[in-house]
Design a protein around this ligand. Structure first.
Ligand code: ATR
Length: 282
């Protein structure tokens, strides 16, 4: 049987095994998907162990998802890296090819885009978008947000230099799409936006939402990339200021759907699995 897994540290909280098991069941794909705790600093060894243990069981390791803190190590290990993963400087999906080489991708951004456009029904083409944060989470989604046609994109971060660096790295892509792309400090963000995405860890720390409420256009979509209690503060703030709030559960399922298709060549029914996951968490 083909084996997949999610590798991280910590990894026990990951919902990926459950999501992929359901995708496999609904698509009739014979595969197993586990989770592997990998010691910090030993990512390459973790991959080698996964492949040899699968082989010892008479199975074949075909790929894995990669979570914190290995998204950078995973990029270094691959022979082929997609353009979006290169821009993100992070990898969340690896595919092991028959010739032994490794293909790397980052499906976080397209997962967010698909959740916004398909699940929330909010088009991104021609719209204005504020991305709050300039860390790994923000870097993973900026390219696909531009690819989706957002016409005016602002990246705002507590540390302005990091927002500037992220914007500079994406300047050519923005130009290719005819989009404006700017970096601002949190307090100085000018104007209001159709879509506001929170990619900071501020809610986790219990801190206040780090931007003025005026950034929310009436009826704007406000998405926190986290879900559960970690997203609650941002979502309550957005709703209190007339926005439609959304957590990151849809992004989680959609990034998994992209990875599943990258591996299996089959598109899983992600909206159904998202509805099931939401119902089970309610
Ligand atoms: P991740 O991979 O989750 O993005 P990260 O790379 O450490 O983690 O980035 C965390 C992001 O949250 C950064 O944009 C960080 O801002 P700085 O670059 O200024 O550190 C942002 N962040 C974390 N805590 C915050 C807070 N209390 N207020 C505002 N921004 C915060």
């Amino acid at each position: 049987m083909d084996q997949y897994c999610v590798m991280g540290n910590p990894v026990e909280h990951s919902r990926s095994p459950r999501i992929h098991a359901r995708f496999a069941e609904l698509c009739g794909q014979p595969m197993a998907y586990g989770r592997r705790l990998v010691p910090i600093g030993a990512f390459a060894e973790g991959i080698a162990a996964f492949r040899s243990e699968a082989a010892a069981q008479g199975d074949t390791a075909r790929g894995c998802n990669v979570t914190v803190p290995f998204k950078f190590d995973a990029a270094a290990l691959a022979q082929h890296t997609s353009e979006r993963a290169t821009l993100a400087q992070a990898v969340n999906t690896l595919r092991f090819e028959a010739d032994g080489s490794i293909h790397a991708d980052n499906t976080d951004g397209i997962g967010l885009v698909n959740d916004i456009v398909r699940n929330a029904g909010v088009p991104l083409a021609g719209r204005s978008l504020l991305l709050i944060g300039a860390g790994g989470a923000a870097a993973g989604v900026l390219g696909p947000l531009l690819d989706a046609g957002a016409a005016h994109v602002v990246v705002a971060n507590r540390t302005l230099d990091k927002a500037i660096a992220l914007v500079q790295r994406h300047a050519a892509l923005a130009l290719r799409h005819g989009a404006t792309l700017e970096a601002w400090a949190l307090d100085d963000v000018p104007g209001d936006f159709d879509v506001v995405v929170n990619a900071t860890a501020s809610s986790l720390a219990g801190d206040a939402v780090p931007v003025r409420a005026q950034v929310l256009r009436p009826g704007a979509l406000a998405v926190d990339m986290m879900y559960g209690p970690a997203a609650a503060g941002f979502m309550a703030w957005a709703e209190a200021h007339g926005a439609v709030a959304r957590d990151g559960l849809g992004m989680l399922v959609e990034q998994a759907a992209e990875a599943f298709e990258f591996w299996r060549g089959v598109r899983p029914p992600s909206a159904q699995v998202l509805a099931e996951l939401r119902a089970s968490l309610a």
